[in-house]
Design a protein around this ligand. Structure first.
Ligand SMILES: [Zn+2]
Length: 284
């Protein structure tokens, strides 16, 4: 990757390491916090993908939701590489595994697959993300095939899928830079609503997300790198449902406390799910 492009990408996506010190001691377990943080960051990057697609009128071939997942994945990968996080692949797998947990959760609650939806099915999002993780360095990540169960028929082409995402982001950034007007665009503002009492660990989560300044850094870097034609907002709020979205009419990106809470509640089932996968590999 050209150094200039890499610098640009890192400037957009590389955020300070999560401030895990200096915050009140909470009851979130370390691995639970990692899972929640990785998935909240991925969701933020996914929604930022929607924001950039709409505000910059980026061309999209295929489904926008798939493009947003790819932008989210690539942003998260660059961010964690820059942080030299020793749990680099663990965090990426936390994001892929969320979709496997969500799939399991829906089945257990009688939920049917919503095949008409604009998003890929949960199990497809799990395999898509697993493929991108493996494809980022297949020579050293054969173990990812074991822990995810990604079939070899798909794995054979994951390096090409990853290269395609990387090339698309490079192409877009080159175009954006060239076409960016000289004058400064509008800024993205960040606001937080106090989580309701129903949000487990609410005060701890609010304290951590504020201290990390992740949202402020993403907003500031996107505002300074790209010409944004209007004032935009990122809101962390109570929504009444576990959700996140970018509203192209109002220019507001919403990240719901209920979704962050949902990540924390799903996570304890992850160990059992990974053990089942390990036993399945052993049986083969
Ligand atoms: Zn989306």
């Amino acid at each position: 990757m050209p150094a200039r492009l890499l610098t640009l990408l890192l400037a957009l996506f590389c955020l300070p390491v999560q401030a895990e010190h200096g915050t009140p001691s909470g009851v979130l377990a370390v691995d639970q916090l990692r899972f929640v943080t990785a998935n909240a960051e991925f969701t933020l990057m996914h929604e930022m993908g929607h924001l950039l697609i709409h505000e910059l009128h980026l061309p999209v071939l295929g489904r926008e939701e798939d493009a947003a997942d790819q932008l989210g994945f690539y942003g998260l990968l660059l961010m964690q590489r820059e942080q030299l996080d020793k749990n680099f692949y663990g965090r990426l797998l936390d994001v892929a595994d969320y979709w496997r947990l969500q799939w399991q959760h829906s089945q257990a609650n009688g939920g049917a697959s919503v095949v008409w939806d604009s998003h890929a099915l949960d199990q497809q999002r799990f395999y898509n993300l697993s493929c991108l993780i493996y494809g980022s360095d297949p020579d050293h990540l054969e173990w990812v095939l074991e822990v995810t169960g990604l079939p070899i028929e798909r794995a054979l082409y994951c390096d090409q899928e990853y290269a395609q995402v990387e090339q698309a982001v490079q192409w877009l950034l080159t175009r954006i830079q060239r076409e960016r007007p000289e004058h400064q665009g509008q800024a993205i503002r960040v606001s937080y609503e106090e989580p309701l009492d129903s949000i487990e660990h609410g005060p701890e989560l609010l304290s951590r997300v504020r201290a990390s300044k992740v949202l402020e850094n993403v907003a500031q870097r996107a505002s300074s790198l790209f010409y944004l034609p209007r004032a935009l907002q990122i809101r962390v709020q109570n929504c009444g449902a576990a959700d996140a979205w970018y509203d192209r009419n109002t220019g507001e990106l919403s990240l719901c406390w209920e979704l962050i809470d949902h990540y924390a509640r799903l996570m304890p089932a992850l160990q059992q799910l990974r053990e089942q996968q390990r036993l399945a590999v052993k049986r083969d």
